[in-house]
Design a protein around this ligand. Structure first.
Ligand code: NAP
Length: 488
């Protein structure tokens, strides 16, 4: 892969949590691996009156423990510059323009600019307007913008936000982060499906019984309660991460493995998502909120939450993607906070053989399990004969746990590291296209509206901390004669 990228990265929200916890360490990894060398610089902006020197200390703190020699950290941090900047103040963009120009010359960057909007989306419009009107976008190199979630809170607000951004940036230069798309095993879905004839030929409604996707978190809302109260699990997790994974699991084979073809395949899958009526939402979706349990406080007792809050911290649902290949295959998804364990796991449950010639033996479903987090691994559950006399069956697993050494584990790029490099090298398929978001918001809005009308008449709280969610989530699958494969 090409090394020594030429890039000026301008981070709006340079003093914030995301920048310090994710962006600076990721940029440092790119530097250590040689993707960034001499020809890069970073400008951090925010209102705080920091100096370059102070900013560089903050950057060094954020990469603490990631280097052996102090000189490496100091040399890396010397590429960082700080500008105190209020994004609503036009004059500040004039200063930014001059600083960007001088750094471009100093580091011979050739006009490539990556604008990272690591702050509240309500500022995205004004930032993008100013980047264009104040000529901070160049004519000699690329101008790409990375935006963070949340991208709207419904289709109307997402459209408004997209319209604001697209006045300055064409779609091909907008990189909407969904960090799940940067995860190794999420990227592996396409490799497994389209690189193996065994799965490629069986990945359809003739052979798949159902697909299950679980994104569970052990933590509660922590310090994000203020935001979470207005979002909930449906907007925070289903609309983006879960539906992106569903798109990868259900899309038809792309014509080629290029950005355009992969995105088209994902868009087509999401267009085929069945949009539910309120009555269908009641049938197919479950919401939950954690109450106290196992020594932990409930959601309504957390700081910054209302004592009668109706915000859902758990969602389970049954989705139908009505493509020719996937129609009729239930896709069960669930996500929640304060669940028993932190994990991201996909189970593809295959149909049983149409005719069990081993009449005395109960054969189980073959299941392909893709563990995304915390450890990347694959497992294929099969029926096979027990060793010895007779002809008894047992369930066996072919396991691929990658057996990573500590060095190999350390070398796995963090999602943000991958995605920042993708944006620099213009690999857009690991970012959500606007048309994908349109489809996913349409789907989510229908559920939200039904819940706002209280069609399911749910009472919160309805699950204990450190559990796998409300009983209704198990009942959802049981109605179809299925069960969650992942039941820790
Ligand atoms: P944060 O810690 O609150 O940071 C917000 C940043 O915006 C700060 O640097 C703040 O600095 C700056 N800011 C606020 N108003 C400003 C203004 N008028 N002009 C210039 N700068 C201003 O938030 P965060 O957690 O880093 O999150 C940033 C964005 O990423 C949010 O949209 C969030 O939803 C999203 N996100 C964050 C995470 C995460 O792990 N943190 C994960 C996913 C998505 P000053 O106060 O110095 O101005």
């Amino acid at each position: 892969m090409k090394k020594n990228e030429k890039a000026l990265v301008i981070i709006f929200g340079g003093t914030g949590d995301l920048a310090q916890r994710k962006l600076y360490p990721s940029i440092f990894q790119l530097y250590k691996k040689g993707y960034l060398k001499e020809n890069f610089a970073v400008i951090g902006t925010a209102r705080r009156p920091w100096t370059d020197e102070y900013y560089r200390e903050v950057v060094k703190d954020s990469i603490d423990g990631m280097y052996d020699e102090q000189t490496v950290a100091t040399e890396f941090a010397s590429h960082f510059y700080y500008q105190s900047h209020n994004v609503t103040d036009t004059n500040h963009y004039k200063t930014l323009q001059a600083l960007a120009q001088s750094l471009d010359e100093k580091y011979q960057i050739g006009g490539n600019r990556l604008f990272y909007l690591a702050m509240s989306p309500r500022f995205f419009g004004t930032i993008c307007d100013h980047l264009k009107s104040q000529q901070i976008m160049t004519e000699t190199g690329y101008n790409r913008v990375i935006v963070e979630k949340p991208f709207g809170r419904d289709l109307a607000s997402a459209t408004e936000l997209n319209d604001e951004i697209s006045k300055s940036f064409p779609e091909e230069d907008v990189f909407r982060i969904d960090h799940y798309l940067g995860k190794e095993m999420v990227q592996n879905i396409a490799a497994l499906r389209f690189g193996n004839s065994i799965f490629n030929s069986m990945w359809n409604n003739r052979y798949i019984s159902n697909i299950q996707v679980t994104l569970s978190e052990a933590l509660g809302v922590e310090e994000r309660a203020g935001y979470y109260e207005t979002a909930g699990a449906l907007r925070d997790m289903i609309q983006n991460h879960v539906l992106q994974i569903v798109a990868l699991l259900t899309m038809s084979a792309p014509v080629s493995f290029t950005d355009t073809d992969i995105r088209n395949a994902k868009i087509n899958a999401l267009k085929c998502l069945k949009i539910y009526s309120p009555e269908e939402v009641k049938e197919n979706f479950v919401r939950g909120q954690y109450g106290p349990g196992n020594g932990l406080i409930g959601y309504r007792e957390e700081a910054q939450t209302a004592e009668d809050s109706m915000t859902e911290t758990f969602v389970a649902g049954k989705l139908m993607v009505n493509t020719m290949d996937m129609a009729g295959v239930p896709i069960y998804v669930r996500t929640g906070k304060r669940m028993k364990t932190k994990a991201t796991r996909i189970d593809v449950v295959f149909k049983q053989v149409p005719n069990n010639v081993f009449e005395d033996s109960d054969l189980r479903h073959d299941v392909l399990t893709i563990n995304v987090d915390p450890e990347p691994s694959l497992s294929l559950q099969l029926n096979s004969k027990t060793i010895g006399q007779g002809f008894d069956f047992d369930t066996h697993h072919l396991n691929l746990d990658y057996k990573l050494s500590p060095e190999q584990r350390a070398a796995i790029p963090e999602a943000y590291e991958k995605l920042i490099l993708d944006a620099m090298q213009c690999r857009a398929s690991n970012f959500a296209h606007w048309k994908e978001l349109q489809c996913s918001w349409k789907f989510v809005d229908a559920i939200r509206q039904a819940w706002d009308q209280n069609v399911d008449q749910v009472a919160f709280p309805n699950y204990d901390c450190a559990s796998m969610g409300p009983k209704a989530s198990d009942d959802l699958l049981a109605k179809d004669g299925n069960h969650w494969e992942f039941n820790c």
